[in-house]
Design a protein around this ligand. Structure first.
Ligand code: SAM
Length: 250
């Protein structure tokens, strides 16, 4: 295993003792409110996109599943999920949360996916390839995902984006530009990519949610404001954004 992969694995394994949502979103979110809010944006993005593509009771591949935070609502919606991840510590949470449902979890660093070709109705990815800083490694994983998908099946991928490419978190993460992500998807053999800005990293209402100053019943309203801002302003020069890419395996 390369040094970069070892570094990734120990970073994520070290987070396995945290709360399962904190481990994979914001480890500093003590109350867990921000993490729940962000997880709900992710879950809606996956569920609504799959429903719009008529994927019901599908066989799904969740790449970089972590603690199974995204897998759980997909299982509850009637899908079967194979989750793969580089961290054994995080996968133990996933197994505990989802093992009794139709979830199956496998340890892999993504170089090879232990799945048969064209076996999946869709794949979901939430902020995983942003942690594959080397473009060739990220591209190889996307190619593996494309091979695992049935013809015409979709990849729904939410990743971090910047107006200018930026390496962050001490070299552990890269925020690519929308065109770099699109090019990579195209090189991996995907077609018809669409992208939607879901939220901005420094959206001013997020710290208020984190501090418990916005009641839960108003979260859907905050979400629609984020959607509106994303649609009209796109990726801002001074902030990163989480962008949903939907790409088709031809
Ligand atoms: C930000 S977390 C997201 C977890 C999950 N997708 C979610 O929505 O909660 C990133 C995940 O990517 C996993 N990861 C990083 N590099 C990976 C690789 N090369 N292969 C598989 N998983 C990887 C990490 O272990 C971690 O669980």
């Amino acid at each position: 295993m390369s040094d970069a992969r070892k570094k990734q694995r120990s970073y994520w394994d070290a987070l396995a003792d945290s709360d399962p949502d904190a481990a994979v979103i914001d480890p500093n979110d003590k109350r867990g409110l921000k993490n729940r809010y962000l997880a709900e944006i992710r879950d809606l993005a996956f569920l609504q996109t799959l429903a719009a593509r008529n994927v019901a009771n599908g066989m799904l591949l969740d790449v970089g599943t972590g603690t199974g935070s995204a897998a759980l609502p997909l299982l509850d919606a009637g899908h079967r999920v194979l989750g793969v991840d580089i961290s054994f510590g995080l996968l133990r949470h996933a197994q505990a949360r989802c093992g009794a449902k139709d979830g199956l979890f496998v340890l892999t660093d993504g170089r090879e996916l232990p799945v048969r070709a064209q076996g999946f109705d869709a794949a979901v990815v939430y902020v995983v390839l942003s942690y594959l800083v080397d473009d060739a490694t990220a591209l190889a994983l996307l190619e593996n995902i494309r091979t695992a998908l049935k013809r015409g099946a979709v990849l729904v991928m939410v990743e971090q984006v910047r107006a200018n490419r930026r390496i962050c978190e001490d070299g552990l993460k890269v925020q690519r530009t929308i065109s770099q992500w699109r090019r990579m998807l195209e090189q991996a053999g995907f077609s018809s990519t669409t992208c939607t800005v879901l939220r901005h990293g420094r959206f001013p209402l997020t710290p208020l949610i984190k501090a418990g100053l916005i009641p839960r019943r108003l979260w859907p309203r905050v979400r629609s404001i984020e959607t509106w801002v994303g649609r009209h302003l796109g990726v801002l020069k001074w902030d990163y954004a989480e962008v949903k890419f939907v790409a088709v395996a031809p």
